[in-house]
Each structure stands twice: as structure tokens, then as C-alpha cells.
Design a protein around this ligand. Structure first.
Ligand code: GRF
Length: 187
């Protein structure tokens, strides 16, 4: 199987990145992680790239033309899939159109509920019975592209933000890889 050359965008811990790296070692997993893009030079996630000898582009998003710089690297590394894994920067419409290939994102709620930030706080405030995570295609609207996969769990009355985050992230690690397998199943 020819693996799709994939770039993972991160901003923080990179725990999703870590799981994707591990799963991509399996020869039946459809992607090879060829590049990591990070917009935070202090992000812990950079270490996962380093440890696994994956090139990592650290980008300053305050600079003009930063998206062009990323686009050039994507071309150089022949990237055909982007996975946003905790990338805390909105991708511009121009970037999406210029790149022209698949971009997917993981979000810690059952979209279309709770788009945007501070999801766990809002989920608790809203007294939701269930929550979970969504992997979806990225379009120019925030957290709004077609869903690929959702995984959910029931919220216990003692669950706080931290517990919700842990439970959600444990589902994310499975959901991200399952979503990737799903989109390449017939290719
Ligand atoms: C994940 O919970 C994801 O849903 C959100 O950002 C978080 C990233 O965590 N978009 P990590 O950097 O993968 O540990």
C-alpha cells in the first residue's frame, strides 16, 4: 500500500499526534506522517516529532505570509492530507483553496454542538447528558465541515472539566485513526 504523505498541525501537547505516529507505524495504516507544523515554539508536541525524526516546521503566525511558507513546505514534502490536531489558529479560506486537498480536524464535542473554544465549560453549564468528539472535513467555516466520525459517552454527575477532557481525549485517539482509515477505505 502506498501511504498518503500527511502533515499534522499542532499547537500544544500533541497527544493526538503521538497516537497518530504510533498507529502510522502499522503497515496497513493508510498514512505516513511526513511533516509536522506547529505555531508555538514552546509546544510539548514538538518533542514527539523530534523523537520520531519527523521534520517540524515551527511557524510564527504573527508574520505576514506565514501561510505561504506553510504551503511551500506542504508542496516540498508532497503532502496530500492535513490533520489539524489541536491547532489553535483558524485556517484561511485562501489557504484551503490554494492547498486544494483534504484537511480534517478533531474537535472535542459532538458537532454541531459547541463549536469553538471552552467546550467543556459550556457542556457542563448546559447540563448536557452526553458528549464526545468529532472528526470532520475542514471548510472555510469554523468547525462546520461534514462529519467523518463521532464518538460519545454519557456524562456522570461528578464529571468536572478535567474529567470530561480526559474522557474525550481518550476517545479522540481512537476516532482520529478510525476517521483516517474510513476516508481512505475506497482509495
Ligand atoms: C484536542 O482535545 C482536540 O480536540 C482539540 O485540541 C486538543 C489537542 O490536544 N482540538 P493534543 O495537543 O493533541 O494533546
Amino acid at each position: 500500500m502506498v501511504k498518503k504523505r500527511t502533515c499534522i498541525f499542532i499547537s500544544g501537547y500533541g497527544s493526538n499526534l503521538k497516537y497518530l505516529i504510533n498507529n502510522s507505524r502499522n503497515q496497513n495504516f493508510p498514512i505516513k506522517i511526513s511533516l509536522v507544523v506547529c505555531n508555538n515554539k514552546n509546544a510539548k508536541g514538538i518533542l514527539h516529532a523530534k523523537k520520531n525524526s519527523i521534520p517540524c516546521l515551527i511557524i510564527n503566525t504573527n508574520k505576514r505570509n506565514f501561510e505561504n511558507k506553510i504551503l511551500n513546505e506542504l508542496k516540498r514534502y508532497k503532502i496530500s492530507l492535513i490533520c489539524l490536531a489541536g491547532y489553535m489558529k483558524i485556517i484561511s479560506k485562501k489557504f484551503i483553496n490554494t492547498y486544494g486537498k483534504t484537511i480534517i480536524n478533531i474537535h472535542p464535542s459532538l458537532l454541531p454542538k459547541f463549536k469553538g473554544l471552552n467546550t467543556f465549560k459550556r457542556i457542563l453549564k448546559n447540563k448536557e447528558k452526553k458528549t464526545g468528539c468529532t472528526v470532520h472535513f475542514v471548510n472555510e467555516k469554523l468547525d462546520a465541515g461534514t462529519n467523518i466520525i463521532q464518538k460519545s459517552f454519557f456524562i456522570n454527575k461528578n464529571d468536572n472539566e478535567k474529567i470530561l477532557k480526559n474522557k474525550t481525549q481518550n476517545l479522540e485517539y481512537k476516532a482520529f485513526s478510525e476517521a483516517i482509515i474510513k476516508i481512505f477505505r475506497y482509495n
